[in-house]
Design a protein around this ligand. Structure first.
Ligand code: ADP
Ligand code: MG
Ligand code: MG
Length: 475
């Protein structure tokens, strides 16, 4: 019997496809009647298994639980993905975890690297202010928890798996991505006669249970059976605390315990707090500081949060910087291999080149959540304007080599309606890291997220409406 594919573990089965980037069937050429039936079954499956999100068309959505839901946008069939690159992404996940941890301990590196950014980016400056207070107070985070997602695109020309970014805060979709893999396995199984695709070639994806396990292990390390795990959310979500509620209801006990609404908090898991709009007033910043000052395990701590900024990604890509944080030469080589071109805007040669060939670059500010980057002619215009004004605004951005993945045909489902399109995909690999002083309790890859978007769209956010959820079919 065929064994389930698990990254890094079980031996892979023989590769069946000849073309390295094809499913063997063209989703655009599936018989229309069959396609309609598959779409229908996929929508039923989504409703039955909770592959759902809040429907912004419904007024009560997000206010009344169980009301105003719609299936999450998804691709009808999994995306072919080369097995060697999949393995590569899984194998480097624990190395990136270790790297984030090491970087988080180097307060001076974080502060120095972001010192120019701080002058022009008010949001990053506030985060650095909290970080700096912690450094002054010599605050130590003995138990550290990271729930990360490193995102990649496969560059068509060079066949290199290149990192887009590393998320250290609110890494999204561990829940829904597990479900999409199940949906695809179920469809491949049900339509085996017609599609002739092997459901076992979709890797098992347990991101949601593995992240839950990491949270629970962190809770155990905190070692107070009465303490809770607090999930920090944006407004209009239930049974959790917003930053302003934490400001109103939270206090610090003399021993450092964080108490919110009468409950001691063991672990703070941030599903908010990564965007300026999460801090509409001073209240939210007070809450963030209060939590940081406490002994609660923060996922992420302020240092982990800063270690995930684009500026730090760019600094780590400079020659001899990785060597400051990692000892193992093989590990360093593996990490470096997936770095795309990354530059500071202080590099005038690169700025000149980007003005000449803006299509080959992406300009990124220190923001999360999608929709913030600059592409194409806007790169040229922005760079020219900044040059003319001669301000320090350039410090808010980094420049990155634009990656061009292979185009594939796909059928995308959104709001119950299908659409045939040509798409590109971005693979995210989740990873959890838990450490108590010198003891590493957990450092592992935790499943994946595939996001697929129409090739004409620059950004890849699912929540932002640019992309759909997907899974991978190893070829
Ligand atoms: P965010 O933290 O907002 O998600 P990202 O760096 O992931 O920021 O950029 C958002 C999206 O922009 C990505 O999901 C991807 O679709 C696109 N993108 C980012 N960097 C590149 C790049 N170097 N080449 C091509 N597309 C990119
Ligand atoms: Mg991000
Ligand atoms: Mg991203």
């Amino acid at each position: 019997m065929a064994q389930a594919l698990k990254c890094g573990g079980v031996e892979a089965m023989e590769t069946q496809q000849e073309n390295s980037m094809s499913l063997g069937i063209d989703p655009h050429k599936i018989d229309p009647q069959l396609l309609q039936k598959m779409e229908y079954d996929a929508l039923v499956w989504s409703s039955l298994h909770g592959l759902l999100v809040g429907d912004t068309n419904s007024q009560s959505s997000g206010r009344v639980p169980g009301v105003g839901l719609v299936h999450a946008p998804f691709s009808l069939l999994p995306m072919p993905f080369p097995e060697n690159h999949w393995k590569q992404a899984c194998q480097i996940a624990p190395i990136f975890n270790e790297l984030v941890d090491r970087v988080s301990l180097d307060g001076k590196f974080l502060q120095d690297s972001l010192s120019r950014t701080k002058k022009v980016d008010a949001f990053t400056s506030r985060l650095l202010e909290i970080h700096s207070k912690m450094l002054d107070a010599n605050k130590k985070e003995e138990i550290r928890l990271g729930l990360h997602r490193s995102d990649y695109m496969l560059d068509e020309q060079t066949k290199l798996l290149l990192q887009i970014e590393l998320n250290t805060i609110s890494s999204s979709f561990p829940g829904l991505s597990s479900l999409v893999s199940e949906l695809h396995r179920s469809l491949l199984h049900q339509y085996k006669q017609h599609l002739a695709l092997n459901p076992e070639r979709i890797p098992q994806n347990n991101s949601v249970t593995q992240f839950a396990e990491a949270l629970s292990k962190a809770w155990s390390e905190y070692n107070n059976p009465r303490a809770v795990v607090m999930v920090v959310v944006q407004t209009e979500e239930r049974n959790m605390k917003t930053l302003s509620e934490i400001d109103a209801l939270g206090e610090l006990l003399p021993d450092g315990t964080l108490v919110v609404d009468g409950e001691a908090v063991a672990v703070v898991y941030f599903r908010a707090g990564y965007a300026p709009s999460d801090y509409p007033s001073e209240s939210e910043w007070r809450a963030r500081l209060l939590m940081e000052q406490s002994s609660a395990i923060k996922c992420p701590s302020i240092a982990y949060h800063l270690a995930g900024t684009k500026k730090i990604q760019q600094e780590l890509a400079k020659p001899n910087v990785l060597e400051r944080f990692l000892e193992n030469k093989d590990d360093i080589a593996k990490v470096r291999k997936c770095f795309a071109g990354l530059w500071s805007l202080e590099d005038s040669n690169i700025v000149k080149d980007a003005i000449e060939k803006p299509g080959l670059y992406v300009m990124k500010p220190q923001r999360e959540g999608g929709g913030n980057n600059i592409y194409g002619d806007d790169v040229r215009e922005t760079l020219r304007r900044m040059e003319k004004e001669g301000s320090d605004e350039d410090a808010a951005y980094i420049l990155m080599q634009r990656i061009f993945p292979t185009l594939s045909p796909a059928v995308l489902m959104r709001q119950g309606i299908s659409r045939k399109d040509h798409v590109i995909s971005e693979l995210g690999v989740y990873a959890a890291y838990l450490r108590n002083k010198t003891k590493v309790i957990m450092n592992e890859e935790c499943g994946y997220l595939m996001r697929t978007k129409v090739s004409s769209s620059n950004e890849g956010g699912v929540a932002a409406g640019f992309a759909v959820l997907d899974s991978i079919y190893l070829v």
